[in-house]
Ligand binder design. Structure first.
Ligand SMILES: Cc1cc2nc3c(=O)[nH]c(=O)nc-3n(C[C@H](O)[C@H](O)[C@H](O)COP(=O)(O)OP(=O)(O)OC[C@H]3O[C@@H](n4cnc5c(N)ncnc54)[C@H](O)[C@@H]3O)c2cc1C
Length: 715
């Protein structure tokens, strides 16, 4: 009996202890939860502050987990193989029953359309230009990366992956980047098989050169026309499928909306598009089981950029308005080697390829008086002796020298020009000099490697770059931000996929040179053709739908109403005048250096521009015929919204990373200062309705396979 009493007492003691411990744990948990809640509230408050307009919907900072992003489990190097081994497939007979719309014929769109058709799907392919070959990708000059290690200089899939993650300042998703590096070698094989004339060494092997952010030579190139040659390869594959009737090509068509139809569970799915025939002005409807968008980047928000004149962000905004998240809109790339702006009536900037930094050396004068003489046109670059030249990239970044990544090189040029050392009449230029290379290699070799670029420079600037150093200055070039996609390249909207520059996927906060062509072709030739099947396998029972359905009619009506609204304004300002104003605000306030103050000011100014646009734009001509001004106006309406979203995102991101440089967050040496504890996430913005502030959703970025470090290009 006494024994039993003892046991009861002991049990009581244990129970009391356990209760005490549980209470303590609960207290700690409550404290921790309060801390987390406080952080969330603080972050939400920041976003609300970022958006000066009244907002009934407070941002809730929801989270996207790796599972939601469909990142396969397992070791990094096995993820893609595992995915392919277990994904659903569509059999050949069923492929014939399924239609896919591909918007875009750049490297991403053309390679996807050709591959999907070759697999047996029926493809409807759209582009704005009069030929798929005129997509902006044709402008790409310098090259395409791949981890072939032909130079035997230590390259590998892991090193390409690592350089890309580091180059993006640890703001990209590891699994996607590894897959990109993994398929990079297949791209080169595919293109060589198509007959793409990559440069070769004397012995016949493919040649390579170096691009920024890498210490190996892994860039494959075709003189300064790599994009053109790759696009001709993709175009020939596409043409074959057009000839076989598997691709129906719609040139001079612009998508103006995506059509959503609810499935049996009430979930909206992308089932078609509304497009305007740009020649006749007719609005037309198109059905498909899935919609793929490869519409390129939104750099032209800044008006002046190196992008093609027709590049635009409207397709991205159409996706966004239907619920696709817009990820990291503030990540825009400013390229260090562009021909400087020369006047107020200019509508385009020209890139001098990054490949020129292989052999060209960047410098400004050491002495301010020399800079002043250059600015006054009293002397030329070649007149300044060697000892008076400041090769500032080689001085500041000895390990990478002239081949530091673009964001680093651009900021360093700005720093020298801001200090008064600029070398042209506006003081906004630095030299890119080939005199050493000509001495070392001879003029003929330099001409063989870069001849067409030198010729282009001479035509635009009217100066011979073999005799006097070229002048260059940073300009908007590429947008790393874009529509959020999961590992399958599917957006947050079912049945809507996004590829190439239009998505946010692989470059983090800064893209390394020669990686965009790699990503576009990886997406189109090697990733989407697999992943889209995982979606389409569940659609084989879905019959083709009539475009007479009310969803199509409503979408078309909304497009017509928007066009009529624009045409009815008949104000006093041309589309370009307003666009130029937007561009100046973007460059001055959301450009190379951003502050909380400048970004708030930008939002205010963009709101004013929006008001002006919708009350005072002038569009001549008619809506039911060819009308370039109407096309531009429709795109500008979206650029204005994108500009605002970029500013909101940049204001939210209180750190500097890659191309996003918040002046409040920099090291003593003026380098970007990340805040990994607070901002190691993809910022996904969810549309909440016209004139409502977007909701912030975060995809945390955990680095399992790389150690996050401060980027160092000095040693
Ligand atoms: C001057 C320059 C040089 C470059 N050099 C290099 C380089 O050397 N290496 C590298 O890796 N990257 C380079 N880049 C970047 C690279 O060229 C681009 O990122 C890439 O080509 C984008 O390809 P894309 O297929 O995603 O889009 P794009 O080539 O821009 O194609 C977009 C397509 O979408 C269509 N489209 C858009 N909106 C609509 C709509 N609403 N309806 C119908 N169709 C629509 C267009 O008609 C077009 O066919 C360079 C960029 C520039 C500006």
């Amino acid at each position: 009996m006494a024994k039993k009493q003892e046991i009861v007492e002991a049990a009581k003691k244990v129970a009391t202890k356990a209760a005490k411990a549980a209470k303590e744990v609960a207290e700690v948990a409550v404290e921790k939860a309060a801390e987390v809640a406080k952080e969330v509230v603080q972050e939400a408050a920041k976003v609300v502050e970022a958006a000066p307009k009244a907002n009934s919907q407070k941002p809730t900072a929801k989270v996207i987990t790796p599972k939601m992003a469909k990142i396969p489990e397992g070791p990094l190097e096995k993820k893609w193989t595992n995915y392919k081994d277990h994904q659903k497939l569509v059999n050949p007979a069923n492929k014939r029953k399924l239609d896919v719309i591909v918007v875009g014929t750049g490297l991403a769109g053309a390679s996807a359309a050709a591959s999907l058709a070759e697999m047996g799907f029926n493809v409807l392919n759209f582009c704005i230009q009069d030929s798929p070959r005129r997509a902006h990708s044709i402008a790409a000059q310098g090259g395409i990366n791949a981890a072939k290690n032909y130079q035997n200089d230590g390259d590998s899939v892991y090193r390409l992956f690592y350089d890309t993650i580091k180059g993006g300042d640890y703001r990209a998703r590891e699994a996607n980047v590894y897959r990109l590096a993994e398929v990079s070698n297949n791209i080169i094989d595919q293109c060589v098989a198509q007959g793409v004339p990559f440069a070769r060494e004397y012995g016949g092997l493919l040649d390579n050169r170096s691009f920024g952010g890498a210490q190996v030579s892994r860039t494959f190139y075709a003189k300064g026309q790599t994009g053109q040659q790759l696009l001709l390869g993709a175009y020939s594959a596409l043409s074959r499928q057009i000839g076989k009737g598997k691709v129906k090509m719609y040139t001079r068509y612009e998508m103006l909306d995506i059509v959503m139809i609810k499935d049996e569970q009430g979930e909206p799915r992308a089932r078609g598009i509304i497009a305007r025939n740009l020649v006749t002005g007719r609005i037309e409807r198109f059905f498909a089981h899935a919609v793929v968008i490869g519409s390129g980047g939104y750099g032209n928000t800044f008006f002046l950029s190196t992008n093609a004149m027709a590049s635009n962000g409207s397709a991205a905004m159409q996706m966004y308005r239907h619920g696709a998240y817009f990820a990291n809109p503030c990540y825009a790339q400013i390229h260090p080697t562009c021909i400087p702006k020369h006047g107020d009536f200019q509508s385009k900037l020209t890139l001098m390829s990054e490949s020129l930094r292989n052999d060209g050396r960047i410098w400004v004068p050491k002495k301010l008086e020399d800079a002043k003489k250059l600015q006054a046109g009293q002397i030329k670059g070649r007149d300044i002796p060697e000892e008076d030249r400041d090769y500032y990239l080689e001085r500041r970044y000895p390990a990478f020298g002239n081949l530091v990544p673009r964001d680093v090189a651009s900021r360093a040029a700005k720093e020298r020009c801001d200090a008064g050392y600029g070398v042209n009449n506006t003081g906004l230029a630095v030299f890119l000099d080939f005199s050493d290379a000509i001495k070392r290699l001879g003029k003929d070799v330099v001409a063989q490697k870069y001849g067409n670029l030198f010729q282009m420079y001479e035509k635009i600037v009217d100066e011979n770059p073999y005799e006097n150093p070229m002048m260059i200055f940073p300009a908007i070039h590429y947008t790393m931000g874009g529509i959020w996609v999961d590992y399958e390249l599917q957006t947050s909207v079912k049945g809507l996929f996004c590829i190439g520059e239009a998505n946010f996927s692989d470059h983090g906060a800064n893209r390394l040179g020669a990686s965009a062509l790699m990503q576009g072709l990886a997406d189109g030739y090697f990733v989407l053709p697999y992943t889209i099947q995982n979606y389409l396998a569940d659609q084989i029972g879905v019959p083709r739908m009539s475009t007479d359905r009310p969803e199509f009619a409503e979408a078309e009506k909304a497009v017509q109403a928007k066009i009529e609204k624009l045409m009815a304004i008949q104000g006093k300002e041309s589309v370009d005048t307003i666009h130029k104003r937007l561009g100046l605000v973007m460059w001055d306030f959301v450009g190379m250096g951003r502050t909380a103050e400048s970004l708030k000011e930008a939002i205010k100014k963009i709101d004013e521009i929006k008001k002006d646009f919708w009350t005072n734009v002038y569009i001549p001509g008619k809506a039911d015929s060819l009308n370039n001004e109407l096309e531009k106006a429709l795109r500008l309406a979206d650029f204005i919204e994108i500009g605002r979203l970029m500013a909101i995102d940049a204001l939210n991101r209180e750190e500097s990373c890659g191309g996003h440089f918040r002046e409040e967050y920099q090291t003593e040496e003026g380098e970007a200062l990340r805040q990994d504890d607070k901002f190691s996430y993809v910022a996904c913005w969810k549309y909440q309705g016209e004139d409502k502030e977007p909701e912030l959703i975060k995809e945390p970025l955990d680095y399992e396979f790389t150690e996050r470090k401060t980027r160092n290009y000095k040693s």
